[in-house]
Design a protein. Structure first.
Length: 103
């Protein structure tokens, strides 16, 4: 088994175990049913003089489901909708980590 095959199997197993159903809608495009893994990391705003912490929202989505996420696209998880602020691929380009803002 190659490294790429093993990595893809591991990513898919993670999404099967921890994933939630969601809808990804590209700006001006049609909605796509996807599976996401939602995370809520803390963001430190003290470096910009606010002395506060921001709770952010991040969701991982497989690149096989969303090939090119872009700023301004929408992700809906249950009753919550978010605007994609940015996206970064993982090392193997198997998943995107989406930085989200509430819609």
């Amino acid at each position: 088994m190659t490294w790429s095959t093993a990595a893809a199997r591991a990513v898919n197993a993670g999404f099967r175990t921890f994933g939630r159903s969601a809808t990804y809608t590209p700006a001006g495009g049609d909605p796509i049913a996807v599976t996401v893994i939602v995370k809520t990391p803390e963001g430190d705003l003290s470096g910009i003089g606010l002395g506060a912490r921001r709770i952010g929202r991040v969701a991982d989505v497989r690149s096989s489901e969303v090939a090119s996420p872009a700023e301004g696209d929408t992700l809906t998880i249950g009753e919550e909708s978010f605007i994609v602020r940015g996206a970064a691929p993982d090392a193997e380009r198997l998943a995107w980590s989406l930085d989200l803002d509430p819609a």
